[in-house]
Design a protein around this ligand. Sequence first.
Ligand code: HEC
Length: 163
Amino acid sequence: MSYIILHLPISSSGGGILGQKVAKCKEKLIFPSAACVNSQLVKPKFGLYRFLMVIIVVLFLISTFLITFHLAKMSDPYIKEVLSLQGNVSRGYEIFQINCAACHGQFADGIVGPSLEDVSHRKSRISLIEQVISGKTPPMPKFQPDYQAMADLLVYLENLSKN
Ligand code: HEC
């Protein structure tokens, strides 16, 4: 070991072994040797790897958040109970005529409220239930149908999309 160190010329910049390696690479930039090219290619690869890792972590966090959010909604006792029931379309139609048709039209084709055709393509069952019971989008009022009435309304709304 000591033999090699003794025979290395001490560079004027004081960089020692490291300083010389960097200097060598800089010198050869015009005609880069394989070693220099390789050392330049490694860096962007590492950057891409890190970038992909960050994306994977972000996607993982987003999906974890969405799954937790969905599970939290599913565990809502009202939603759980409604989803467990079998709805009846014609009863759903009657409930709709009494409570909703004034705004959404007799055939749910829209008056004050928007047309509800294809609404179940746009919204999940959970968000349809929430739309009815939350009162978050005035002027649509907050409804409090019992479990069965909500299940009936839900099949009626879903049935609108099949035609
Ligand atoms: C006072 C009028 C009114 C009544 C009554 C009403 N709605 Fe609405 N509804 C609206 C309005 C206005 C919107 C649009 C809200 C928004 O997104 O800003 C809406 C939106 C909706 C949506 C979402 C539509 C979409 O494209 O995202 C659904 C589903 C819905 N209503 C169902 C019902 C049901 C079922 C009833 C009866 C239980 C009902 N509504 C009663 C006015 C009403």
